[in-house]
Design a protein around this ligand. Structure first.
Ligand code: EPU
Length: 418
């Protein structure tokens, strides 16, 4: 088991460039299956979830290799259409391979995906969208057997702007005959990356970033090179960490236009934030103010992935903040761990009230999931004394060399194997 040992209380100060987006890169690796030829994905973060996607591609018979942050994939030799359970369970994003494998091979077999434990995470919207495009899907216990002799473009209305469903629908629609219109589509920046990549390989996609996306299917695809956007959640986590420590941090490759809901909340907390094209700088106030009510919503609302780090920051605000988690049923796994550090948080269902205390105190804690781990790092950096955070493997699914990045900013963080 790997852990972080953090001695808190040091102000973060300095300049960083943030990794490429995890949730942006993963669907592109699935989309590589639509091409017989090489695609190169630049700014692809070095994370265990990305390694899992590369392992799935290799299992399917594709060539996949990395040189630094550039990943080259050639799916010409794809020779399997199933994904074994051991790969499916490693991450949630394995489910976007369903649309891509169906599009490429006309059949797919897999089990239910894994991923962070955030309450029930069904895939009914995904399956309904694929069925509407012409797939026949049978579920045998945990196993899914899918066939699509021919996929047909159609109008799809999503019951909720689900990110993964929008991605799966876009991927399957790429091989469908005719045009597919996805209504009530997710508008997250990661959808823009997938649309940009599909356009680059020869599949016309219009409307990404709005609630209606049109995909023209059945076009001939070709190799391409595509650069993934900066990870808005990683960038936001470093800003929260800087705010918790009372420091000044600049991000030299930020996409502030993707982070408006977070910067709005951080400004409410008293942070001074300078935004320019591709740049952000945060200077923390001497005392953090409470943010009032924060409700998580689909983009452009406040991101559920940024709820845990902001909650950690609010633990030492001068007053009470209220969180309402609307996206996942059980995304307060960090709360119990924050309480071990002295946080005063009450919760009932989707609601959590955080009463700021003067200071958190270091303690041994466990990262229960990826973003909950980010909350614990944020809290530990601002806390008095030493915090040991175990189960860092969760964090390493989404943050590239987080300890190195934080040390560059002056934090006292050690990563060690136990
Ligand atoms: N939902 C259903 N049925 C479905 C699909 C979704 O009920 O078929 C529900 C989910 O249970 C959840 C809500 O709809 O309550 C939203 O789910 P969505 O499909 O939008 O999320 P996702 O695609 O599973 C992605 C990110 C998450 C991020 C959410 C919301 C990836 C790999 N994951 O998940 O990221 O929180 O969108 O923005 O892109 C993370 O990076 O830590 C993470 C969890």
């Amino acid at each position: 088991m790997t852990e972080f040992v953090i001695h808190g209380g040091r102000k973060l100060k300095g300049s960083i460039a943030v990794q490429g987006s995890k949730n942006g890169a993963l669907p592109l690796l699935a989309a590589a299956l639509l091409v017989c030829g090489e695609v190169v994905i630049e700014n692809c973060p070095q994370l265990s979830d990305v390694d899992c996607a590369l392992d799935i591609l290799t299992y399917l018979g594709c060539k996949a290799g990395r040189s630094g942050n550039s990943v080259a994939v050639d799916c010409t030799g794809m020779c399997a259409h199933d994904i074994p359970e051991r790969l499916m369970k490693r991450m949630r994003s394995s489910v976007v391979f369903l649309g891509a494998i169906l599009a490429r091979a006309g059949c797919a077999e897999m089990t239910m995906p894994g991923g962070c434990m955030l309450g029930p995470r069904p895939i009914d919207y995904h399956l309904d969208a694929l069925r509407a495009l012409g797939a026949e899907i049978a579920a045998e216990g945990e196993r899914l057997l899918c066939r699509a002799d021919s996929l047909r473009g159609c109008d799809l209305f999503l019951p909720f702007p689900s990110v993964g469903t929008t991605e799966n629908a876009m991927l399957a629609a790429s091989a469908a005959q005719g045009t597919t219109r996805i209504m009530n589509a997710a508008r997250e920046p990661e959808i823009l990356d997938l649309a940009g990549f599909l356009n680059a390989i020869g599949i016309p996609v219009r409307g990404a970033g709005t609630t209606v996306i049109e995909v023209e299917g059945g076009c001939r695809t070709h190799g391409a090179r595509y650069t993934v956007a900066t990870d808005r959640i990683a960038a936001g986590t470093y800003l929260c960490a800087a705010a918790a420590c009372g420091g000044t941090v600049e991000i030299t490759n930020a996409r502030p236009e993707h982070m408006a809901a977070l910067t709005n909340a951080l400004r409410h907390a008293g942070c001074d934030i300078l935004e320019k094209l591709g740049y952000m700088r945060l200077t923390a106030p001497s005392h953090i103010a409470p943010v009032g009510i924060v409700e998580t919503r689909p983009y452009p609302g406040y991101a559920t992935d940024m709820q845990p780090p902001l909650m950690a920051l609010m633990c030492t605000a001068e007053g009470t903040s209220v969180f309402i988690e609307n996206i996942f049923e059980s995304r307060y796994n960090h709360m119990e761990q924050l309480r071990r550090m002295g946080a005063d948080i009450q919760s009932e269902g989707r609601f959590a009230a955080v009463h700021g205390v003067a200071r958190l105190t270091g303690a041994p804690v466990t990262a229960p999931d990826l973003r909950a781990g980010a909350a614990l790092v944020t809290a530990a950096l601002g806390a008095y004394g030493r915090t040991e955070i175990s189960h860092i493997d969760h964090l390493e699914r989404g943050y590239e060399r987080m300890d190195e990045t934080l040390r560059r900013l002056g934090a006292d963080v050690i990563r060690r194997e136990q």
